[in-house]
Design a protein around this ligand. Structure first.
Ligand code: FEO
Length: 393
């Protein structure tokens, strides 16, 4: 595997080919936990890996340097996929100082006994000289946790960007130009939608700061390293952080006896016209990871649920609760669904959409038991409202 980023700077992380569930995120293409070794007059390790893979990390480091020669272990982010192996690394690299910000140490101290560690607290703007090269630190709160920071090597124009610009993507290759750009951009989009979407404001601020530094390589904590397509990923992050929508309509639903499904199909038919991308997403044929990714750039969305036990169907609740946490901005839409003796299903969907600050295009569209021809016509007309909105009318 080609692990060389720059002369004396290597990837030493772990490729997780088999992970398919990352705290609920469906990682259909696996993931990587990226660690980087910077060999200079002093040696620094940038981030560690999940606890279960720490021996592989130590093996990778040992093929290049003696563990006791590592001077610094930088922790950019305390989430356990990057810090789970830290205690073992600090014990093995017995002369190393942990380098992190103050908030990070507090979080790390919750997960580990940090009392024996030598620690150097850094803050935004601080730097450490390794000899020919410098580690400079930029605090990046809420990208992805409050304690997060980036590490930058100005002499190499190399940014270690932690979760930002990452992808859950296992590969034998480490660089963007060794993979299909369509595939890695799709995984970067999925990652943004499911991990970073609610921090769009912080991302926008960060992109402003990144514009002030020279960058020739971006090395995130997951997936491939950006060296040929930096402009592509930065432009995509700019769009995503602004919640830019496309002329795209989603109809998301569950159904019991196909009544709500008939409504969904009629809404979709009403929304279908040239120039509008339409998608029908049955929540039991899809999953929350895929749906959140589709929602990211959709302009208009209808969500349907029949009434089951006087409430919403469980898979629809799961999706709505997940989306509510991710806070997709700038969406318009409405609720719909069939019912027998209580309209709670579609009405509770409406409440969720309002809580997400959707622009509501109409009241909940309801059908008693089975939609009549008139109701299906009303569904088609409601679909037209979605298409009008998506077209910017
Ligand atoms: Fe990859 Fe926020 O951890």
């Amino acid at each position: 595997m080609d692990t060389l980023l720059r002369d004396g700077i290597n990837w030493v992380g772990y490729v997780d080919w088999t992970v398919r569930d990352f705290h609920g995120y469906r990682t259909e293409r696996g993931s990587t936990y990226n660690s980087y070794l910077v060999e200079d007059e002093k040696i620094a390790l940038i981030d560690t890996v999940k606890a279960s893979y720490v021996e592989r990390l130590l093996d990778n480091i040992s093929t290049r340097v003696k563990l006791e020669d590592v001077s610094y272990v930088v922790c950019n982010h305390a989430e356990p996929d990057h810090s789970g192996g830290l205690a073992r690394v600090m014990a093995a690299c017995s002369n190393a100082e942990l380098v992190c910000d103050e908030k990070c140490l507090k979080v790390l101290s919750s997960y580990h006994d940090a009392s024996a560690w030598k620690v150097r607290i850094v803050k935004d703007g601080d730097s450490i000289s390794l000899g020919k090269r410098t580690l400079a630190f930029l605090e990046t709160p809420m990208v992805h946790w409050p304690e997060s920071m980036f590490t930058y090597i100005p002499e190499e124009k190399l940014l270690f960007s932690m979760d930002a610009f990452g992808q859950h993507y296992a590969s034998a290759h480490r660089f963007d130009d060794q993979e299909s750009i369509e595939v890695i951009m799709q995984e970067a989009k999925t990652y943004y939608a499911n991990i970073v979407m609610l921090y769009g404001k912080q991302i926008a601020k960060l992109l402003g700061r990144a514009a002030d530094i020279e960058i020739e390589m971006v090395a995130p904590s997951h997936g491939v390293i950006w060296r040929s397509q930096i402009g592509t990923i930065l432009a995509a992050y700019k769009e995503w952080s602004q919640c830019k929508v496309r002329p795209k309509v989603l109809v998301i639903y569950d159904t019991m006896w196909q009544s709500t499904e008939k409504m969904a199909q009629a809404i979709l038919a009403g929304a279908s016209r040239p120039g509008i991308d339409t998608k029908l997403l049955n929540v039991r044929a899809s999953n929350s990871t895929v749906i959140a990714t589709e929602v990211l750039d959709a302009a208009a969305i209808a969500v349907g649920s029949p009434t089951l036990n006087m409430t919403i169907m469980p898979k629809v609740v799961e999706i709505l609760a997940y989306l509510k946490g991710l806070r997709p901005a700038g969406k318009a839409g409405f609720a719909f669904g069939s019912y027998g003796w209580g309209q709670n299903g579609p009405k509770e969907v409406d409440t969720y959409l309002q809580a997400m600050k959707f622009e509501m295009l109409r009241d909940p569209l309801c059908a008693k038991f089975v939609p009549t021809a008139e109701t299906l016509e009303e569904c088609r007309k409601a679909g037209e409202l979605l298409a009008d909105k998506a077209a910017g009318r």
